[in-house]
Design a protein around this ligand. Structure first.
Ligand code: NAD
Ligand code: DAU
Length: 373
C-alpha cells in the first residue's frame, strides 16, 4: 500500500542533497508541506532554497537536530507525519581531522530525532499516528571492495573504515533499533557518491571544476585509481521518493547508478569537457583569466598527485537490484548528460560557489591541507 506523506520535516535541507530533495519534492508533490530544519553549518546555505522560500507550503527553521525541545515542538506544532533525515557532517576528510562533530551530529543528532519522533508518534497513544522516518545513509558503511568483489547489496556486512562511515553506520543501527524495539516506522537508504548542483566545492567533482576555472592544482589522492559509483543527485532523490511512498517498513534499500569510475578518469573527463568549452567560447577566457586554457595549456596540466587520504577506501559499488526489482527504480540521467548538466550549473552559478568558498571553507583547507592545495 502506498504511504502518502503530507507534512514533512527535512533535516539538512539547506545542504547539497537535502536542497535538491526539497526542489524535487515540491515540484513532484506540490500539495505536501515541507519544513526544513538546518543548522547552517559551513555546508548549509540558505541560498540553495531561495526558489521555494516564498512558497506557502515551505518553512525554514534555523536550528540543530541535537536540540530535543526544538525538534519536539516542531513535530507537534507542524503536525509532522514524515521525517526525511539528511542532516549530517558528510565530508570524509573532515572526519579524519576532527571526528567529534561527526559523532555529535550523525550519532547523537540522529538519536535525538528518533527519541522525539517516538514521543510524538508512538508514546502513550493507543493507536500510533501514521508516520514514517526515512533515514538517508551511505554505501560507505559497507567498507571497501576488492576489484573482483560484487557490488554492495543490502546483506553485506557493515565494515565502516573512516570516522564518517562509522558514525553513519551507528546511526543506521539506531534507526533499525527504534523499529525493532519500539515499532517506529522507519526506512533507510544507502546511496553511492552523488554529484550535481549545490554540491559544496570540497567534494571531488565541484572541487575539480572550480580549481580548473581558477587555475589551481587538482589534488589527486595517491595513485587516483580508487573507484566510486557516481549517481546524479535527482536520481538519488527519485529513489528516496520511491522508498518513502512504497518501501517496506523496517527495510533498507541501496541506491546507485551502476556507474563506476576511477578518480583519475573523472578528473580527466572534466578537464577534457572544460578544454572543449574554452576552445569554443571566447567569453570563457574573459570570465576565467587564471584558467590554464587562457595561456595555451590544457586543464590536465593542473593534475597534482598528493599524499593519500588515511584509510582511503579503494572501491565502492552499489547493487541496486532490490530497489529496482521491488520498487521499479530506474535512474534517468546518464553520466554523460549528468556531468554536462553539472558543469553547466557551476558555470552558470559562479557567484554561488565563490560565495560558499570564500568563507570558513578556505580557512579550514589552509589549516589542514596546505600541502595539498
Ligand atoms: P552536506 O554536507 O552538503 O549537507 C549537510 C547539511 O546538514 C547542511 O545543510 C548542514 O548545515 C546540515 N547540518 C549539519 N549538522 C547539522 C545539525 N547538527 N543540525 C541540523 N543540520 C545540520 O551533505 P550531503 O552531501 O547533502 O549529504 C546529505 C546526507 O546524505 C548525509 O546524511 C550523507 O551522509 C548522505 N549521503 C551523501 C552522499 C554524497 O555523495 N554526498 C551519498 C550518500 C549519502
Ligand atoms: O559514497 C558515498 C559518499 O560519497 C558519501 O557518503 C559522502 O558524504 C561523500 O562525501 C562521498 O564520499 P567520498 O569520500 O567518496 O567523496 P569525495 O568527493 O570526498 O572523494 C571522492 C574520491 O576522490 C575519493 O576517493 C577521494 C578522492 N579525492 C577527493 C578529493 C576531495 C581526491 O583524490 N582529491 C580530492 O581533492
Amino acid at each position: 500500500m502506498l504511504y502518502q506523506p503530507k507534512k514533512i520535516l527535512v533535516t539538512g535541507g539547506a545542504g547539497f542533497i537535502g536542497a535538491n530533495f526539497v526542489h524535487f519534492w515540491l515540484k513532484n508533490h506540490p500539495n505536501s508541506r515541507i519544513v526544513v530544519l538546518d543548522a547552517l553549518t559551513y555546508a548549509g546555505n540558505r541560498a540553495n532554497l531561495v526558489a521555494v522560500e516564498s512558497q506557502e507550503n515551505f518553512r525554514f527553521i534555523h536550528g540543530d537536530i541535537r536540540d530535543f525541545d526544538l525538534v519536539l515542538s516542531l513535530l507537534q506544532e507542524e503536525e509532522i507525519d514524515t521525517i526525511v533525515h539528511f542532516a549530517a557532517e558528510s565530508h570524509v576528510d573532515r572526519s579524519i581531522h576532527g571526528p567529534d562533530e561527526f559523532i555529535d551530529t550523525n550519532v547523537i543528532g540522529t538519536h535525538v530525532l528518533l527519541k522525539a519522533a517516538k514521543k510524538v508518534w508512538l508514546d502513550n497513544l493507543q493507536t500510533p499516528r501514521p508516520h514514517r522516518f526515512h533515514h538517508v545513509s551511505t554505501d560507505e558503511v559497507y567498507g571497501t571492495l576488492r576489484p573482483e568483489e560484487p557490488p554492495f547489496s543490502e546483506s553485506n556486512q557493515y565494515a565502516p573504515n573512516s570516522p564518517y562511515a562509522a558514525s553513519k553506520a551507528s546511526s543506521d543501527h539506531l534507526v533499525r533499533a527504534y523499529h525493532e524495539t519500539y515499532g517506529l516506522q522507519v526506512t533507510t537508504s544507502n546511496c553511492s557518491n552523488n554529484y550535481g548542483p549545490y554540491q559544496f566545492p570540497e567534494k571531488l567533482i565541484p572541487l575539480v571544476i572550480s580549481n580548473i576555472l581558477d587555475g589551481r592544482p587538482l589534488p589527486i589522492y595517491g595513485d587516483g585509481l580508487q573507484i566510486r559509483d557516481w549517481l546524479y543527485v535527482d536520481d538519488h532523490n527519485r529513489g528516496i521518493d520511491l522508498v518513502i511512498h512504497q518501501g517496506k517498513i523496517g527495510e533498507t534499500y541501496n541506491i546507485g547508478g551502476n556507474n563506476e569510475w576511477t578518480n583519475i578518469e573523472i578528473v580527466k573527463l572534466i578537464c577534457r569537457l572544460l578544454d572543449e568549452k574554452f576552445a569554443t567560447n571566447e567569453e570563457m577566457k574573459k570570465r576565467f583569466p587564471y584558467a590554464p586554457q587562457v595561456s595555451g595549456s590544457m586543464a590536465e596540466s593542473l593534475i597534482t598527485h598528493v599524499t593519500d587520504r588515511l584509510g582511503h577506501d579503494r572501491r565502492y559499488a552499489i547493487d541496486a537490484g532490490k530497489i529496482t526489482k521491488e520498487l521499479g527504480y530506474c535512474p534517468q540521467e546518464s553520466f554523460e548528460t549528468g556531468i554536462r548538466k553539472t558543469l553547466d550549473w557551476y558555470l552558470d552559478n559562479e557567484g554561488w560557489w565563490r560565495a560558499v568558498m570564500d568563507g570558513s571553507y578556505r580557512k579550514w583547507v589552509e589549516l589542514n591541507y596546505s600541502q595539498n592545495t
